[in-house]
Design a protein around this ligand. Structure first.
Ligand SMILES: [Zn+2]
Length: 248
């Protein structure tokens, strides 16, 4: 990676666990990779304790074996999606915790990538506090990366949008999408990435149905029955910051 912002557009995903980026924004990753974006994914942990139940049910399982399996799955999924850089912080999960040094490491990544947009979890998640903690960390590190007084002389961050991807039980998280992205052209890549997550096979069809339902919302909001654009698969996002526009 280079700290100098070149012609290549970039995006940064901050994922609490190794698989979250696949279910929740795999389509956005594959679509932007196809458009020529360099997409960096940071997995703060492997989800080794909290999101690997199927692996733990196997006899003789150890934490190291689970982490290795989850790392392999994440690498395969990242490859299927066209991720440019997959960075595993390996900070542990349930609970996920970052020291200030860990946060500064993430700030370094943000400044290095200089993302055009960022993606992370919903702001509230009572079922999975690692998720909402990761979003808090994303906001905090985005803020530090913008600070001229943090490592003066480095290129500071502009103001990339932070999109919050769809949580597991939408309504309970207070998550309300204001953007729908048509990911039909890259659905095959997302489904291939989903199928890399062998430890969570129970979610494969669930997240396919979510994408089908969001495609219906895409169509309704792009004109509905008065000529809405058809979409078979879509992802929803909630944006944190206002957009600045020249025309409405
Ligand atoms: Zn997770």
């Amino acid at each position: 990676m280079s700290g100098e912002k070149g012609a290549v557009k970039t995006a940064l995903v901050i994922s609490a666990h190794a698989a979250d980026f696949v279910w929740r924004c795999g389509g956005a990753i594959a679509l932007h990779a196809q458009k020529g974006y360099a997409v960096t994914v940071v997995c703060l942990s492997f989800g080794e304790r909290g999101e690997s139940a199927k692996l733990w049910k196997q006899p003789g399982m150890t934490l190291d074996k689970v982490k290795t399996a989850r790392r392999t799955e994440a690498e395969k999924a990242a490859e299927a999606l066209g991720v440019s850089h997959l960075i595993s912080f390996d900070l542990g999960d349930y609970p996920l915790r970052l020291t200030d040094e860990d946060k500064y490491r993430l700030v370094d990544v943000i400044r290095d990538v200089q993302p055009d947009f960022m993606l992370s979890h919903s702001q509230y998640d009572p079922y999975n506090t690692d998720h909402m903690y990761a979003t808090q960390v994303a906001l905090e590190t985005r803020m530090i990366a913008q600070a001229w007084g943090h490592k003066p002389g480095e290129k500071v961050l502009g103001a990339p949008q932070l999109y919050l991807f769809e949580p597991h039980q939408t309504e309970q998280m207070g998550w309300k999408p204001d953007v729908f992205l048509d990911v039909t052209p890259v659905w095959d890549r997302k489904r291939a990435a989903i199928e890399c997550m062998e430890g969570q096979e129970h979610l494969w069809d669930y997240y396919t149905r979510v994408a089908e339902n969001r495609a219906n919302h895409f169509m309704r909001n792009s004109g509905g029955q008065s000529g809405g654009r058809n979409a078979k698969y879509a992802e929803g996002f909630q944006s944190v910051f206002p957009r600045t526009v020249d025309e409405l």
